[in-house]
Design a protein around this ligand. Structure first.
Ligand SMILES: [Zn+2]
Length: 233
């Protein structure tokens, strides 16, 4: 060790001497380093899938994943998906889905990101206490939620993580009796009108989901669920 330290010192000595020598010879002193210019933080888009991490499981338990859920957590995947929000800012959101569609969702959301397709937010419904009403009212895009179809006892495809709702405020669910969900979606029930974030057959999001083997709730005969895409099994 001693010999190595000595060697380093010997190697460094001429360098120290030469620096001193330059200053001593009347060279202008080096200007102080300019303060770091603000550099925009690099954004790394993510389209990743993994088993449900313990901290995500803790957020889900008792909310989107109730104690009586008839689906194993090992059947689900945690996704991180980047997107452009309505203000055009890059964001990365979280989604839980069935393992069977995880790869499809990564590919669909990557294609949407590359097209800068605007999405209001992508958060777990657990951030809304697993209230579908609250998540829809916040115009949140989401997938897994162990719940029934509103007003029915039948389990929703969301309970298996096989359905995704996109921008639900502008693309509401109108059930057989004409109830609009979320209620503020009433302003967007008339689909003959043109407005931003409307999902129709020409919409990129709709075309991508259909190309990946999903069906679209906007095509249903007896109710309309314009936000909803589900995997047909
Ligand atoms: Zn849905």
């Amino acid at each position: 060790m001693m010999r190595r330290s000595l060697l380093l010192l010997l190697l460094a000595l001429p360098l120290l001497v030469s620096c001193r020598g330059r200053q001593g010879a009347g060279m202008p002193e080096a200007l102080p380093e300019p303060p770091d210019a603000p550099t925009p933080a690099l954004f790394e888009p993510e389209f990743s899938q993994q088993a449900i991490p313990p901290e995500v499981e803790a957020r889900m338990r008792g909310k989107s994943y109730p104690p009586d859920a008839q689906i194993s957590l090992s059947e689900l995947r945690y996704l991180r998906l980047s997107y452009f929000d309505f203000e055009g800012r890059r964001q990365t959101g979280e989604m839980v889905c069935n393992a069977a569609i995880a790869q499809d969702l990564c590919e669909i959301f990557q294609a949407l990101y590359e097209a800068q397709y605007p999405i209001r937010s992508i958060r777990l419904v657990d951030d809304f206490d697993a209230s579908d009403d609250a998540s829809m009212a916040a115009d949140n895009t989401s997938c897994f939620n162990y719940r029934t179809v509103p007003g029915q006892r039948k389990l929703s495809k969301h309970a298996r993580g096989l359905a995704v709702d996109v921008n639900p405020l502008e693309n509401p669910y109108i059930n057989r009796s004409g109830r609009v969900m979320p209620p503020a979606g009433e302003a967007y029930v008339d689909r003959t009108r043109d407005f931003p974030h409307k999902i129709d057959r020409e919409d990129l999001c709709c075309r991508l989901f259909l190309a990946h083997g999903f069906s679209w709730g906007g095509a249903w005969a007896h109710s309309k669920d314009y936000q909803h895409f589900e995997r047909v099994k």
